[in-house]
Design a protein around this ligand. Structure first.
Ligand code: MF3
Ligand code: CO
Length: 260
């Protein structure tokens, strides 16, 4: 069942979404060659707790960390580790915070130092496809319209769309109905309505769309080990328009400050 939120509940969603956005902004300050992904996890966990939040991934169905770490060929749900970032890596950081009973969910793929321009194009295209999906998310339209918009945008640029994982409704639970795929036909799926809160999260591969799950039961990587990128926003449909509840502004501010 799709749970439509009241204006008060959407206010609480705004607060959760702001905290997850600020958390990614904090993590962004630390992304550099030599930094371990476990260090990033500690930064995020402490930042969430210091700001009245609970790291919602930690312990979720046994997930062992605050952050999902997605280095290069990792698509989603990788664990933080002693791996130290290297110049040329990309790292997707996906996380969820609970604040006063509501969830905020966001993901951003970062470049570590200088990266291959082809990989940069994958990241840029994936981020753009998120906004293309958001543009298609309008009251009266259907979830399939979002899915089709993301797929068309990425495939026309030579990339492939991961199909086994998708976006989702969000609220008091991290994953609520409906599922929000990144591929599919226009005009199908649930109608988008005021009060819906959803996450759109394209997971886009440089090579084939095929994935494998590692033996840890979580880490999802590309089968061909080519890179994959991932961006995510939490959205609400309010007053007949879409409101992006999360923001990359904190991240982009942090990244800008570092290169001046
Ligand atoms: N944005 C991710 C998702 O929707 C967050 C997963 S948290 C985890 O699947 F705990 F499941 F890893
Ligand atoms: Co999500």
């Amino acid at each position: 069942m799709i749970y439509l939120k009241t204006p008060e509940e959407i206010n609480q969603m705004r607060a959760a979404a702001d905290l997850v956005s600020r958390t990614l902004g904090e993590v962004a300050k630390w992304i550099a060659p030599g930094v371990t992904t476990l260090k990033l996890d500690t930064i995020a966990r402490e930042f969430m707790r210091d700001n009245g939040g609970r790291p919602a991934c930690l312990g979720y169905e046994g997930f062992p960390a605050t952050l999902c770490i997605e280095v290069n060929e990792t698509v989603v749900h990788g664990f933080p580790s002693n791996y130290a970032l290297r110049e040329g890596d990309i790292i997707g950081i996906d996380t969820v915070v609970e604040k006063d009973g509501f969830m905020g969910d966001s993901c951003y793929t970062f470049a570590v130092g200088d990266i291959d321009p082809k990989v940069m194009d994958l990241c840029r295209t994936t981020k753009e496809s998120l906004y293309v999906g958001i543009e298609a998310c309008r009251p009266g339209h259907r979830i399939g319209d979002i899915a089709n918009a993301v797929q068309t945008y990425c495939e026309h640029r030579g990339y492939s769309v991961v199909r086994e994982m998708c976006g989702h409704g969000i609220g008091r639970d991290m994953h609520e109905a409906p599922e929000v795929p990144n591929y599919g036909r226009r005009g199908i799926g649930p109608v988008i309505r005021n009060g819906m809160c959803i996450c759109i999260e394209p997971m886009i591969n440089m090579g084939s769309r095929n994935i494998v799950i590692e033996r840890d039961g979580w880490t999802c990587r590309t089968k061909d080990r080519k890179p994959s990128a991932h961006y995510e926003h939490t959205l609400a449909i309010v007053d007949d328009h879409v409101e992006i509840l999360t923001t990359f502004d904190y991240i982009e501010e942090a990244l800008k400050d570092r290169f001046i």
